[in-house]
Design a protein around this ligand. Structure first.
Ligand code: SIN
Length: 300
């Protein structure tokens, strides 16, 4: 059991936003499969179809996606969130997005009747015009949005950061100043793939975000830097597919890890990683995960 921004998690693995989080039933399934907490698909103020297909492709080093934040709006998602909350024994975190503080607020207030255990603010999707990283690269905007949501909800607020910036720490600090209870690092890395038979970009949106093992070392460095600079917990995400990856992320400074792309290899991944972390802690004489959070900072 860990405590993360006041929430009790049976283990430090969390389903990342956008993966199996579109329906209440799939969120409950991930909880039953062993996730310590689950995050919904990012939800906005109005229904959104997303980018044209292909919106996701598999590469040798991970996945490239440009979904374009498809979602049924907070109104259309409310029942799914209620279902997830009623059916799941683990914290359910609502991922939300908007174009400005007012829109974030509208979505947070719209989903609040379903009583999510926390909100995760998506200021980091790398390929949605007017949303995500388009606003999440400006520390003033991130601070304003975070403050607006934190002032209006009575549950923890996490802010999911983009790595597509010169200095992720400046954005993390802005979230912390705005009152965030934790930051989540990282969202996908802006990327593209081209079909050499035709010369066309493969994704419908032409470019998208890279996830999976290729981005893990980038995530580890971002988590490491954020842990050194912030007083709030850092939740690590990016290419974690085995317990060794999770332990590495935690040693960089993560209090918990989110799992996204690796769910494609089987939903048992949460239990496998949680058991592996426990075994590692036992074998190395640690009584809990706190014993290794940020351990890499103590080594000179
Ligand atoms: C998407 O729906 O486009 C992906 C969300 C994200 O990258 O934050």
């Amino acid at each position: 059991m860990i405590t993360l921004t006041g929430l009790k998690l049976k283990n430090p693995t969390i389903l990342a936003a956008g993966i199996m989080g579109t329906t209440g039933a799939s969120l409950v399934r991930m909880a039953n499969e062993g996730a310590g907490a689950v995050v919904t698909k990012s939800i906005g103020a109005e229904p959104k179809e997303g980018h044209p297909n292909p919106s996701m492709i598999q590469l040798e080093c991970g996945f490239l996606n440009a979904m374009g934040l498809p979602n049924p709006s907070y109104d259309g998602f409310l029942q799914e969130l209620e279902f997830a909350k009623n059916g799941s024994s683990v914290p359910v975190i609502a991922s939300i997005f908007g174009g400005d503080a007012d829109e974030f607020l509208r979505v947070a207030e719209g989903l609040s009747p379903a009583k999510p255990d926390a909100f995760e603010l998506n200021v980091s999707c790398p390929h949605a015009e007017g949303y995500g990283a388009m606003i999440g690269t400006d520390p003033y905007v991130v601070e304003e949005i975070t403050r607006a949501v934190c002032d209006s909800v009575d549950v923890p607020v996490w802010v999911k950061l983009t790595p597509n910036v010169t200095d992720i720490v400046a954005i993390g600090e802005a979230a912390e100043r705005g009152g965030a209870d934790g930051v989540v690092a990282i969202n996908t890395v802006r990327a593209m793939a081209i079909d050499i038979a035709t010369g066309y970009p493969i994704l419908g949106n032409r470019f998208g975000g890279l996830s999976g093992s290729a981005i893990r070392p980038i995530a580890v460095k971002c988590v490491y830097d954020l842990y050194a600079a912030l007083d709030i917990p850092v939740i690590g995400v990016g290419g974690v597919s085995g317990w060794q990856d999770a332990v590495e992320m935690i040693m960089a400074g993560a209090s918990a890890v989110q799992i996204g792309s690796a769910v494609s290899g089987g939903v048992g991944v949460f239990g496998t990683i949680a058991d592996g972390i426990d075994k590692y802690l036992d074998e190395n004489g640690y009584t809990g995960v706190e014993g290794i959070i940020g351990l890499a900072h103590e080594v000179i």
